[in-house]
Design a protein around this ligand. Structure first.
Ligand code: HEC
Length: 124
């Protein structure tokens, strides 16, 4: 009896998580903007771990997951710092994979992050 109960709780948890949908829906950057492609790339490659609302990205929806990266709505990045993080796998290099996007795509993602990150950060 106890086993049956545990299973249904686990199933409910999985359904709850998938309802937090993250992905490409909800990009707020206009398709005419030069950063639109970077937003799409961010949604496809980075949204699993980072929140950045301009890309419709809400991280994993599980704030306790150890892979969760910093919320980029709350942290302002420059093109340089974003590129550094992409090439080196964040600053510690421990969790974020390196070079998920490279070359022009890395540049496009960095341009997008630099322009749209930090929307909820205070003035620094
Ligand atoms: C597997 C999860 C994961 C993915 C995917 C991921 N990141 Fe990260 N990222 C992290 C974690 C965790 C950190 C913080 C730890 C560190 O800096 O090493 C981080 C740090 C960063 C930082 C530095 C933030 C700061 O100011 O400290 C930036 C910028 C960043 N990521 C951008 C990106 C971009 C752009 C992508 C997509 C190309 C991406 N991340 C994909 C997990 C991820």
């Amino acid at each position: 009896m106890r086993a049956v109960l545990t299973t249904s709780v686990a199933v409910a948890a999985v359904i709850g998580l998938s309802a937090c949908g993250f992905g490409e829906q909800g990009i707020t950057v206009s398709e005419n903007e030069p950063e639109y492609r970077g937003a799409e790339l961010f949604a496809a490659n980075c949204s699993g771990c980072h929140t950045l609302s301009a890309a419709g990205a809400e991280g994993t929806g599980n704030q306790s997951a150890r892979v969760q990266g910093p919320n980029l709505d709350e942290r302002k990045e420059t093109v340089k710092s974003a590129l550094f993080a992409i090439e080196n796998g964040g600053y510690s290099g421990a969790i974020m994979p390196q070079n998920i996007v490279v070359g022009d795509e890395a540049q496009e993602v960095a341009d997008f992050v630099a322009k749209y990150s930090g929307s909820e950060a205070g003035d620094e």
